[in-house]
Write a protein that binds this ligand. Structure first.
Ligand code: GAL
Length: 437
């Protein structure tokens, strides 16, 4: 059954979901039905940071699919607001330290989930991978990032595209500038034109606590300057953060940031992207959860009202992150968590979630029927994922541990107060010396 993303949303009524309709299940293999422990009603506390923009709609869509298969398990939404988990990660750390974990929590494939594995906080999920055949059906690059010693420790639910330049189509057109600048020098000249016309050239919050938005820009510019291999080398022990190439990347980042004056009271990533959606700002560099904000929340039309392109200089590269869910040791309702994870890994669960979230599914093959759920942006992203070189994100958990990220955050926060690029590079060198293993 073919169904567009918008009509899928309307049909499930995800904005206020109470029970699923199983629409996607009807057209896909879906997950096996599971009830609560011993058939009794049970509850499932799901911890995430999905509260903004299309994030909450995507979570609701996944819950609708879960409810369809698990009518006896009550979903309890334990989300903590704050883009990129800026606040949620700290709350979660306290709960894990107190040994009162939620039944399942959002993590990110790569170093971030590695932190929880190292701390002995996660159950091995290899049995579920074998039972569901996920070791064969999931993308192998993603699988590597959730494994330790041949065992699987989480279930990926999406793949997000990080190096995306979003733009307001009409504003760019009226200023005679491209929504897809081919390189950084063309991008800078476009930013200059937007500034001269009195609009915000690049929308990003400069508020304390939102430094992750700036770090996100910084990492895309570094990837643009360094390329895939040199970027990957930075995250290994002995990576040369003091190099001339890193200095050049940071200088370019600094030039770009000089066109990012801040966004007033629009602070969270979705408020910032709304400035682009409304034509008050020309560009935003952000992950593709922004797409859900444009399409699902603001009801804008892809290409016509907003546009996208790789961050200049990253053509051919797909900088990515992957959200996943876990089974924490000591979860109150283990059986309900396994039921949740089963849906997260299923075709029905991943389609319900990703088609609303602005992400693509982490399974290795997508059927032609599923493709009809994905709008033009998602089809583009899927295509890029297939043909591009895959590169791991810093800000969203792939290449660096939480502690390393925190050290980078400190350097970025200082940069936001003094714009001192040399000091920023020294901070990054120091962070690597302390945290690379
Ligand atoms: C990322 C996460 C996305 C999205 C974004 C903004 O770290 O992978 O799923 O939620 O933060 O909050």
């Amino acid at each position: 059954m073919a169904m567009s993303r918008r009509s899928f949303l309307a049909a499930t009524g995800v904005a206020g979901v109470a029970a699923g309709t199983g629409l996607l299940t009807a057209c896909s293999s879906g997950a096996k039905p599971v009830t609560g422990a011993n058939g009794a009603p049970s509850s499932l506390e799901v911890f995430s940071w999905w509260t903004a923009g299309g994030e909450k709609d995507a979570l609701n869509s996944l819950v609708a699919e879960f409810n369809q298969h698990n009518p006896n398990i009550k979903f309890v939404n334990d989300a903590v607001a704050g883009g990129a988990g800026a606040d949620a990660k700290a709350v979660l750390a306290r709960r894990l330290a107190a040994k009162t974990p939620p039944d399942t929590f959002q993590a990110q494939a790569g170093a971030m989930v590695g932190d929880y594995i190292t701390a002995g906080q996660l159950e091995d999920l290899t049995f579920l991978y074998q039972q569901e055949g996920w070791d064969k059906s999931f993308n192998q690059q993603v699988l590597k990032l959730i494994q330790r010693d041949g065992k699987y420790y989480s279930v990926p639910v999406d793949i997000h595209h990080i190096n995306v330049l979003w733009s307001n189509t009409q504003l760019c057109k009226s200023l005679g500038i491209s929504t897809a600048p081919s390189d950084m020098s063309q991008f800078l000249s476009n930013l200059h034109k937007v500034k001269s016309a009195g609009f915000i050239p690049l929308a990003v919050s400069r508020d304390p606590g939102q430094e992750w938005q700036v770090k996100h820009i910084m990492e895309t510019v570094l990837v643009s300057t360094l390329g895939a291999d040199a970027w990957a080398a930075l995250w290994k022990k002995g990576g040369d953060w003091g190099s001339q190439q890193v200095a050049e990347g940071l200088h370019m980042f600094n030039e770009i940031m000089s066109f990012a004056p801040g966004t007033g009271s629009a602070v969270s990533w979705d408020q910032v992207s709304a400035l682009v959606g409304k034509g008050q700002a020309a560009y935003q560099i952000m992950g593709d959860w922004t797409e859900a904000n444009f399409t699902v929340t603001m009801e804008l039309t892809p290409r016509v009202q907003y546009n996208w392109a790789p961050v200049p200089g990253t053509q051919g590269l797909f900088l990515f992150a992957s959200d996943c869910f876990t089974l924490p040791i000591g979860a109150k309702d283990r059986e309900a968590t396994v039921a949740w994870l089963t849906v997260c890994g299923s075709q029905g669960g991943q389609d319900a979630f990703t088609s609303v979230k602005g992400a693509i599914p982490p399974r290795s093959s997508i059927t032609p029927d599923e493709l009809t759920l994905f709008d033009p942006y998602l089809q583009w992203s899927l295509d890029e994922w297939k043909k591009n070189t895959i590169v791991g994100s810093l800000t969203h958990g792939v290449v660096a541990t939480g502690a390393w990220n925190t050290a980078v955050d400190a350097a970025v926060t200082t940069y936001l107060t003094d714009s001192d690029v040399k000091k920023l590079q020294q901070g990054l060198v120091q962070a690597a010396q302390t945290h690379a293993t």
